[in-house]
Ligand binder design. Structure first.
Ligand SMILES: [Zn+2]
Length: 113
């Protein structure tokens, strides 16, 4: 379950940011996760619940923005959903080589008090 490692990294970063700015308790941790990042939503949430006491985040909530993967076709320049079509362009049938979105794995915002 690599979600635990991801969550440890995010909470560690969030706590350090908070401490640097003089905060005491984390209130909300915002992350952006792409559908191709390999992260399972339920596993990420469980990891957060298991770890939060160790990171001054007992009362904190995890807020995840999930990003659907989007590909761009090399041949006709169309953008399309990876979830619906995979790598094959629905317009011209060519395989897309570029992934525009979907690999995000970021700590985007931290709230504390
Ligand atoms: Zn195409």
């Amino acid at each position: 379950m690599h979600e635990v490692g991801i969550m440890e990294g995010a909470l560690d970063m969030a706590r350090r940011l908070m401490e640097k700015r003089g905060g005491n308790r984390l209130r909300r941790v915002h992350m952006t996760i792409g559908s191709l990042s390999g992260v399972v939503p339920e596993a990420l949430q469980s990891a957060f619940l298991a770890l939060k006491d160790s990171y001054a985040a007992q009362d904190a909530a995890l807020d995840v923005a999930w990003v659907e993967a989007v590909c761009r076709c090399d041949a006709c320049r169309a953008d399309f959903s990876f979830t619906e079509h995979g790598y094959i362009c629905p317009g011209c049938g060519e395989p897309a080589l570029a992934i525009l979105r979907g690999r995000e794995l970021e700590l985007t915002r931290v709230e504390w008090e």
